[in-house]
Ligand binder design. Structure first.
Ligand code: AMP
Ligand code: MG
Length: 401
C-alpha cells in the first residue's frame, strides 16, 4: 500500500497540460489562458471626463465659491462618443458627460454639483486645480503593456481586460475530457424508481458536478453491470476518447468486483491499487496510452474524498495552473480526533470563523457509505498519517467542500 503523498506525487508526475486551442472570448471564463495578453492600445485611448460636469480652463474658476460664483459662457454640449468636441477657451464652459473626450483647451472638469446652468451662463461655485476629474490616455494601461500572464485563470476581470483590448479569440489550455463510468449490478439511473435490491447511481452526477466545478468537461457513460466482458470492451474501445477516465466501484475484494481485471485486460497500466488513506483505501491510478485512469471506490463518501485528494490536483495541473492545486486553509481543531496511525484520514467536519482564525470541528459520523456525512459538513481536514491522534488546539490543514 502506498502513502497519500507518494500516490499524489506519482499522479502529478504523470500529468501534463493538454494542448491549447483558440476560443471565442465568450467561451473563455473559467479557462486558463495560454498566452501573455497585452494592451493593444493606450487605455483609456484618449483623455476623457471622469464625471458629468463642465469642461473648463481651471484658471477660469479662480476665486469661485458659493458666495461669489464665477460665471462662464455656456458654449455647448459634449456627450460621450463625440470625436471632435469644440475647443474651450478662458471664460467658457462646455457640458461634458462621463467618458466623453476632453475638448482642446480644457484642463479640468467641474462636477455638475458645483455648478448651475442659467440660460447661457454656467455658474461655478468652487475653485478647481488643473487636471481635476480627467482620466488621462494610457493611465490604466499603456499600449504594449502586459496585462495577463499565461497560466492565469480567466475570471470576469480578465474577460474585461481582454474585451477592452479587442481580443475576439484567446489561446487557452484545452479543457480535459473526462469520461465517467459507474459499475455495479445494483445500480439504476437516478431518474428511475428503485425496487428489490437496487439503489440509484448517485456517484455519476456527483462526480460530474465535481469535474465541472474544477474545470473539466465531464461525459457520463452510464451504468455498467458487474460483467467483466462488457467492462473490458468499454475500456478497450472507448478509453482513448478521454484525457481522464473515472470509474467507481468494482475494485475491492468482492467476487464480482470485475473492474480491476477489466482495466488491466483492457490495457491500462496501473501504478497502484491501494492508498493508505481513509476513507478511500481502494483507489487505483494508472494510464492507458495517453488516458489517465482513476479508479475510485464505490462508496459515495470514499468516491468524494478520493476525487478531492487525487483527481482535483490532477485536473488543476492539466489545466495549466501552478501549485498548490486547490485551496487549502489552516484552522484550529476544536476537539481531539483519534485516528489510525499510518493512515492519512480525510475527516469531514465543520469550518467556522473568519480568516485567519478558522476553527474546524470534526463530525461524529465518518461512515464512507453515508451521504449524510457529506451533506452535513462543509470542510475536510487532512489528518496526517504519522500519528494516532490530532489534538484539540492543533493547527490543521483543511479544504472546503
Ligand atoms: P464496490 O466498490 O463496487 O464494492 O461498491 C461499494 C459500495 O458503493 C456498495 O455499497 C455500492 O452499492 C456502492 N456504490 C457503488 N457504485 C455506486 C454509485 N455509482 N452510486 C452510489 N453507490 C455506489
Ligand atoms: Mg460493486
Amino acid at each position: 500500500m502506498i502513502a497519500y503523498e507518494d500516490g499524489l506525487k506519482i499522479i502529478l508526475d504523470s500529468v501534463n497540460t493538454l494542448g491549447t486551442e483558440k476560443l471565442p472570448l465568450e467561451k473563455c471564463a473559467g479557462m486558463v489562458i495560454a498566452e501573455n495578453a497585452f494592451a493593444r492600445s493606450d487605455l483609456p485611448p484618449f483623455d476623457n471626463s471622469a464625471m458629468d460636469g463642465y469642461a473648463v480652463v481651471a484658471a477660469s474658476t479662480r476665486g469661485a465659491s458659493r458666495e461669489s460664483p464665477v460665471v462662464l459662457r455656456f458654449i455647448g454640449d459634449i456627450p460621450a462618443g463625440i470625436a471632435e468636441p469644440c475647443a474651450v477657451g478662458p471664460g467658457e464652459a462646455a457640458r461634458i458627460g462621463t467618458g466623453a473626450k476632453v475638448p482642446g483647451g480644457a484642463d479640468t472638469v467641474v462636477i455638475v454639483e458645483d455648478t448651475e446652468l442659467k440660460g447661457d451662463e454656467v455658474w461655478v461655485f468652487r475653485e478647481y486645480p488643473p487636471g481635476s476629474n480627467i482620466r488621462r490616455a494610457g493611465e490604466d494601461f499603456t499600449a504594449g503593456e502586459r496585462g495577463i500572464d499565461a497560466g492565469t485563470l480567466i475570471r470576469p476581470s480578465e474577460i474585461s481586460f481582454l474585451a477592452a483590448n479587442g481580443y475576439k479569440e484567446v489561446e487557452v489550455f484545452r479543457k480535459p475530457r473526462v469520461g465517467i463510468l459507474s459499475s455495479g449490478s445494483e445500480l439504476v439511473d437516478h431518474g428511475q424508481d428503485i425496487t428489490g435490491a437496487k439503489i440509484r447511481d448517485s456517484n455519476s452526477p456527483m462526480i460530474c458536478s465535481l469535474v465541472e466545478k474544477y474545470g473539466g468537461g465531464p461525459e457520463i457513460h452510464g451504468i455498467f453491470p458487474d460483467d467483466e466482458r462488457l467492462l473490458t470492451s468499454f475500456i478497450t474501445e472507448k478509453a482513448d476518447r478521454f484525457d481522464f477516465l473515472i470509474t467507481f466501484g468494482g475494485i475491492s475484494m468482492g467476487a464480482h468486483d470485475y473492474l480491476k481485471t477489466a482495466l488491466e485486460k483492457g490495457g491500462a497500466r496501473m501504478a497502484f491499487w491501494k492508498v493508505a488513506i481513509r476513507p478511500g483505501k481502494p483507489f487505483g491510478f494508472g494510464k492507458r496510452k495517453e488516458t489517465l485512469i482513476f479508479a475510485l471506490p464505490g462508496n459515495p463518501g470514499s468516491a468524494f474524498v478520493t476525487f478531492e485528494a487525487f483527481v482535483k490536483p490532477a485536473l488543476f495541473k492539466t489545466r495549466g495552473f501552478n501549485p498548490p492545486y486547490g485551496e487549502y486553509l489552516t484552522a484550529t481543531l476544536t476537539d481531539d480526533f483519534p485516528k489510525k496511525e499510518g493512515v492519512t484520514v480525510f475527516c469531514r467536519g465543520n469550518l467556522e470563523g473568519e480568516f485567519p482564525a478558522y476553527r474546524f470541528s470534526p463530525f461524529k459520523k465518518q461512515g464512507s457509505g453515508m451521504i449524510s456525512t457529506m451533506v452535513a459538513t462543509n470542510a475536510i481536514m487532512i489528518a496526517p498519517a504519522g500519528s494516532q491522534r490530532v489534538s484539540k488546539g492543533e493547527t490543521v490543514t483543511v479544504f472546503r467542500t
